[in-house]
Write a protein that binds this ligand. Structure first.
Ligand code: BEZ
Ligand code: FE
Length: 290
């Protein structure tokens, strides 16, 4: 490339960036100028061919067409698999040192799931019986009664209810509440690892790059307490083979739990509707005030 060619290519980028100079909203101006700057830098760096540019347009078009406005959101999946969702999460949740870590929300949450009693079973499909026990506290360790824990996980076939028409309404989903001492009890099954959907353009991208689509086994939580920041996180099974290579980069060491095998009841399971033997995991969620 001659110096003249280099200068004229640079001029194209500068003009595009400067076209946003007069945007009245300062934040919009900053975002559009930075986006244009980095997009042009990327195109220049890889010297994008016209064929590749058109492939990119086709890929984004198909990503949009794959979204159904309900459970399938291919753009979120794209953001997740490029690590952008976790980066946005990290930037927006630079919380105090002892508050519970956050992770990706994912595309499979459904609002308005049934309220469940302390220790109620939310599993209507088979699996290894599990009890998830714990407490919700503030950063000083004070109990938070009446916290709402919205939880969801896949069935043993790796699919969420809502995504899989064969599962009954509300299967492996529910809204639990902490008691007057901040304790909660969730009767469920041990989560399993599962692949994110691969029947769309994101799946093709993973396959072309020889990346696997698996997420390590986890239970999703969205915890809300008035006066505290909403907590969106997961608890991961500590022994999952995909912890080191989560397709969406969501794993954090602090969010791993052991589902220990229980052959006898103790104070944590006495009186709850669960037969021996079962697996039990425990966790203390620490909420940060707003
Ligand atoms: C999930 O954990 O439900 C999930 C997160 C990101 C992409 C796909 C699924
Ligand atoms: Fe999930």
């Amino acid at each position: 490339m001659t110096n003249d060619e280099k200068a004229s290519e640079r001029l194209i980028s500068e003009k595009a960036i400067q076209s946003f100079n007069d945007a009245p909203d300062a934040r919009l101006r900053q975002i559009m100028q930075s986006l244009t700057h980095h997009l042009h830098a990327f195109v220049s760096e890889v010297e994008l061919t016209e064929k590749e540019w058109f492939e990119g347009i086709k890929f984004l078009t198909e990503t949009g067409h794959k979204c159904d406005g309900h459970v399938r959101q291919e753009f979120i999946l794209l953001s997740d698999t490029l690590g952008v969702s976790m980066l946005v999460d990290a930037i927006n949740h630079r919380h105090s040192a002892n508050a519970t870590d956050t992770t990706v929300f994912g595309p499979f949450y459904i609002d308005g799931m049934p309220e469940r009693a302390f220790g109620e079973n939310m599993a209507f499909t088979p699996g290894e019986a599990a009890l998830v026990r714990g407490r919700v506290v503030d950063t000083r360790g004070n109990a938070l009664p009446n916290a709402i824990l919205d939880v969801w996980q896949t069935a043993e076939n790796g699919m969420y209810s809502g995504q899989d028409a064969a599962q009954p309404f509300g299967n492996l989903r529910g809204r639990y509440r902490t008691d007057s001492n901040g304790y909660f009890a969730i009767r469920t099954i041990v989560p399993v690892c599962y692949p994110i959907p691969t029947d769309g353009p994101v799946g093709r991208m993973l396959n072309a790059a020889k990346r696997h689509p698996w997420r390590p086994a986890h239970l999703h939580f969205m915890i809300e307490v008035p006066g505290y920041k909403k907590l969106v996180t997961h608890l991961f099974n500590h022994d999952d083979p995909y912890l080191e290579s989560d397709a969406v980069f969501g794993v954090k060491q602090s969010l791993q739990v052991i589902y220990e095998e229980r052959f006898t009841h103790d104070d944590l399971s006495a009186g709850l509707d669960i037969q021996l033997p079962f697996r039990r995991a425990s966790y203390e969620f620490v909420m940060e005030s707003v």
